[in-house]
Design a protein around this ligand. Structure first.
Ligand SMILES: Nc1nc2c(ncn2[C@@H]2O[C@H](COP(=O)(O)OP(=O)(O)OP(=O)(O)O)[C@@H](O)[C@H]2O)c(=O)[nH]1
Ligand SMILES: [Mg+2]
Length: 474
């Protein structure tokens, strides 16, 4: 009989290393076999996860990826809300009730804005009255506001705490201006050193916030919302008294505070919003304002047009100047880019930098996007948005040439102004774009959901027809 070691010599070192130890007891053997079975299970799970990750990566590569860009308040999230409403109806209806907290905050903010304007007006009138009394002149009433207004303002003071509570509930996007600790600088638009920082920060857009409101942890969120609803309801009469008061309206007019056209304006809907069974309508949701922070991703499955489905991934980003570096990593991935240019902003300045005219900032961004090499093969679609507000502004007599001298003495009517802006975008496009890339643009008002659904259908067609898709890359 051959000696034992001779037999082992014929085995490879791996088999030897894995062989059960000699003199193994039956308990040791059972333990070893249990551990081996567990290890096998872990290995199979990892294999399955890798397979799924590979499929997901392939699905992602095959998807139409669209980045929506534009300055803050240009209507990016509102455009994506329209996509969601049309193509992801289940998610849209599931989120409906959660928008109530955002709408309550928007309402409270409008009230506190009016209160601030009235308080300032009364204070400066008092100061002037005291000065003129000191000089011995006869005192003239310098404001139509009186003691009744002062009492209303005092009573509405309780809404300050409600505003703070709702902001806490909704996170940093609930404030228009970034928290300075949140990582902003006033530097150039595309600062590569900031990419990493923004790319790793987890997204906290409205989708995450709405999920949190829908699934409150220990009832905290719903409690804040319930209290807000109660307190705002108790202030209803004072809010209406103030908002419907002729003197208040004349003060607001003198201060050129056009609240009705400001984002998230719900004062005219207060009774509906404060009814116990209130559920936000589609129109309420597209009008609600919540600033995007970070980058948010939405997935839809759309018909390719020939009854085959294709996944779309749409990225929503923050538009404030300090967050624009976070856009760059997405430039390499995307199929198409929708650029939001709010035409109505010709007489406004940026919230984050009041020295800069909003429309100038948009033109500058547009030029950067058209000339960017990473975007050379990307189909760019321009939405000249907020046309409804542009119309109203022009009708109210606001002159474009007072804010953009290059407009000179052209007629200040909507068609002339809108087409002149379009010409400027087109000119900048052709001066900076990749040769041969088509110029696609739409005049939009993305709060008008019916008109926008038609625009989105056209956008879908244009993207699927684009060369990039048709060269077989998708
Ligand atoms: N009247 C009107 N309001 C609009 C239009 N587009 C957007 N808005 C409103 O403007 C506000 C801002 O729109 P958003 O979609 O939140 O803007 P955004 O580009 O996502 O802004 P950031 O998240 O700060 O980058 C919202 O209250 C919208 O309802 C429009 O065409 N007309
Ligand atoms: Mg947004």
């Amino acid at each position: 009989m051959a000696p034992k070691h001779k037999h082992n010599d014929s085995l490879d070192p791996l088999t030897l290393a894995m062989a059960p130890p000699p003199n193994e007891t039956s308990e040791q053997r059972a333990k070893r076999e249990r551990e081996e079975a567990e290890a096998l299970q872990v290995s199979r799970r990892i294999d399955a996860e890798l397979k799924l990750a590979k499929i997901a990566l392939k699905k992602r590569k095959d998807a139409v990826q669209v980045l929506v860009l534009g300055q803050s308040m240009s209507g990016k999230s509102t455009t994506i809300k329209n996509f969601q409403m049309t193509y992801a109806q289940k998610a849209w209806s599931e989120e409906r009730a959660s928008w109530r907290a955002v709408i309550l905050l928007n309402l409270v903010k409008s009230v506190t804005t009016v209160v601030d304007i009235l308080s300032e007006t009364m204070e400066s009138a008092e100061l002037l009255t005291t000065e003129s009394q000191g000089s011995g002149k006869k005192a003239q009433p310098l404001t139509p506001l009186n003691e009744n207004h002062r009492n209303i303002i005092r009573r509405l003071g309780v809404l300050r705490q409600i505003e703070r509570d709702l902001k806490m509930l909704l996170g940093s996007g609930a404030s228009e201006v970034e928290d300075p600790n949140e990582g902003g600088d006033n530097g150039p638009q595309f600062n590569p050193s900031r990419i990493q920082e923004f790319a790793v920060r987890s997204s906290s857009g409205w989708k995450d916030i709405l999920d949190r409101i829908r699934n409150p942890s220990q009832g905290k969120e719903s409690e804040a919302q319930r209290k807000a609803f109660q307190v705002i309801s108790s202030c209803r009469d004072d809010i209406l008294l103030m908002w419907n008061d002729k003197s208040v309206r004349s003060v607001l007019k003198n201060r050129e505070a056009s609240l009705e056209d400001s984002p998230g304006f719900f004062l005219n809907d207060i009774d509906r919003i404060l009814s116990p069974n209130y559920e936000p309508s589609d129109r309420d949701i597209v009008r609600a304002r919540l600033r995007t922070t970070g980058v948010q991703e939405y997935t839809f499955t759309l018909d390719r047009g020939n009854h085959t489905a294709v996944d779309w991934i749409i990225y929503d980003v923050a538009g404030v100047r300090t967050s624009r570096a976070a856009w760059i990593p997405y430039f390499k991935e995307i199929t198409a880019l929708i650029f939001l240019a709010p035409l109505s902003s010709f007489d406004e300045t940026l919230a984050e930098d009041p020295r800069i005219n909003r429309l100038e900032d948009t033109f500058m961004l547009w030029k950067t996007v058209c000339s960017n090499k990473l975007l050379a093969k990307v189909q760019i679609i321009l939405f000249m948005n907020k046309t409804d507000i542009l119309k109203k502004k022009l009708e109210s007599g606001i002159q474009v040439n007072q804010h953009i001298p290059e407009f000179r003495d052209k007629s200040n009517d909507y068609d002339t102004v809108a087409n002149w802006f379009k010409k400027l975008f087109k000119r900048l496009y052709f001066a900076n774009t990749t040769p041969g890339r088509e110029f696609i643009s739409h005049f939009t008002s993305v709060v008008n959901t019916e008109a926008t659904s038609q625009t989105l259908a056209a956008v879908q067609g244009a993207i699927l027809r684009s060369d990039f898709v048709n060269t077989g890359l998708l």
